[in-house]
Design a protein around this ligand. Structure first.
Ligand SMILES: NC(=O)c1ccc[n+]([C@@H]2O[C@H](COP(=O)([O-])OP(=O)(O)OC[C@H]3O[C@@H](n4cnc5c(N)ncnc54)[C@H](OP(=O)(O)O)[C@@H]3O)[C@@H](O)[C@H]2O)c1
Length: 236
């Protein structure tokens, strides 16, 4: 399968890429800003002689400037896209009244506009033959009625925006052989989680979350389209 994962240098994205790389039939473009980490992922996976990891080093905050480069890179390596996982994310834990305009914009640029733009860019490569699956990674904080936490207003709002976009795109492209789903994640033990919530214990490891995401990415498009699925064992 041809797979693209954003935010694969660390955390959940990196673990997800590693799972896909265990299948030698997979070609995986991994995107983030950290060249060294993406290339160490490639080395780690190629040492195991499995699926091919192809690093694409770019800052998704500037996706508009890099659109052509990204598209040309993708079509150089794959003629179609089976799975796109919009996983890259930005979280700064700051009270609403203390959040600068730059941080607010950055949050929406990385968590909403970049994935939206990437989907738009790659749509011509999706739905060819096999049903493509776009997965947008959101957060439990974006789910209506879920527990909310001070300091996460812009982050949660940006994640709610990408969740809503998922529903809209599923409707707009329902005749195009592409499924759009959104996973609203609960806590996973990553650098983002530990930086935002020092001293708290996450519900699952990054690897455990990656198992769910990779499994859903391969099978979920048959059963779900336009769904926002909470991935959390806690109540409510
Ligand atoms: N961990 C949790 O508890 C939790 C809960 C709910 C939702 N989520 C969501 O799950 C996703 C993964 O989270 P995580 O905990 O694994 O986060 P993480 O450890 O902070 O990893 C975030 C990834 O996003 C990439 N990224 C950030 N800004 C970028 C940019 N401007 N351009 C390109 N790549 C960028 C980072 O790579 P570079 O720094 O190399 O660019 C990194 O690979 C995020 O969308 C997050 O919001 C996580």
């Amino acid at each position: 399968m041809n797979i693209i994962i954003t935010g694969a240098s660390r955390g959940i994205g990196r673990e997800t890429a590693k799972i896909f790389a265990a299948n030698k039939e997979n070609l995986i473009i991994v995107i983030s800003r950290s060249k060294d980490k993406l290339f160490s992922l490639k080395t780690e996976c190629s040492d195991k002689g499995a699926g091919k990891i192809i690093p694409l080093v770019t800052d998704l905050e500037n996706i508009k400037k890099n659109e052509k480069m990204i598209y040309d890179f993708v079509i150089k390596h794959m003629k179609s896209v089976d799975i796109l996982i919009n996983n890259a994310g930005f979280l700064q834990n700051t009270l609403f009244s203390e959040t600068s305009g730059d941080t607010a914009e950055r949050t929406f640029n990385i968590n909403f506009f970049a994935p939206a733009q990437l989907i738009k860019l790659l749509l011509p490569l999706m739905g060819k033959g096999k049903r493509s699956h776009v997965i947008n990674i959101s957060s439990m904080g974006a789910v209506q009625g879920s527990a909310k936490y001070p300091g996460l207003a812009y982050y949660s709002a940006s994640k709610a925006a990408i969740a809503n976009l998922t529903e809209c795109l599923a409707e707009e492209y329902k005749e195009h052989n592409i499924a759009f789903n959104c996973l609203a994640l609960g806590s996973a033990n990553t650098e983002m989680f530990n930086e935002a919530f020092p001293g708290y214990k996450a519900a699952v490891t990054a690897q455990e979350m990656a198992i769910l995401i990779s499994d859903f990415a391969v099978k979920g498009q048959k059963y779900f389209n336009g769904k926002i699925l909470p991935v959390s064992g806690s109540t409510p």
